[in-house]
Design a protein around this ligand. Sequence first.
Ligand SMILES: [Zn+2]
Length: 181
Amino acid sequence: MDNTFDPRRLDIKAFAQAGAELQGQSPLSQWPRLLDEQMAGTQTQEHLVRWHLQGQLTPVTGGPSRIGMLLTAEVDLPMQCQRCLTPVVETVKAERAFVFVADETTAEAMDEESEEDVLVISRDFDALSLVEDELILALPLVPRHEVCPQDLPVGAADEAFEAASQRPNPFAALAALKKGQ
Ligand SMILES: [Zn+2]
């Protein structure tokens, strides 16, 4: 068994025939398109993109075996909460099965009736680019905290107002001073 599969130049057919798997993790800073989705100014180095690829060859009655791949990936991505506008770390997960076929025409014809995504087979397929695509597709449309960590700006302003109104009014204090004279 060949263990030297390269996820950046993957021989899809050989990968499926071997029933091989590949997995890895690398910092978010190495995934430029995902990095674009991150909230500006947040730390990236501790966030890892984790991915796993499983080659699958499924026998088909009366025809060539089906060449497939199962992709799973996950990343904790700092995004901007659309409610309180502070960073929220969203756990983004992707899981998708792919089938590989000989050419674009077959892929288009099959894609409509297939539950899996259909791609054209390649001997130097960039599977990590596919991982990045899938994670981007899985991003939340409206990132937000389940419970925001702090009051909304309006609430904060109200609190400041209340604190101010409990302080003695400087004019009243002045009036009291004059009265005493
Ligand atoms: Zn929030």
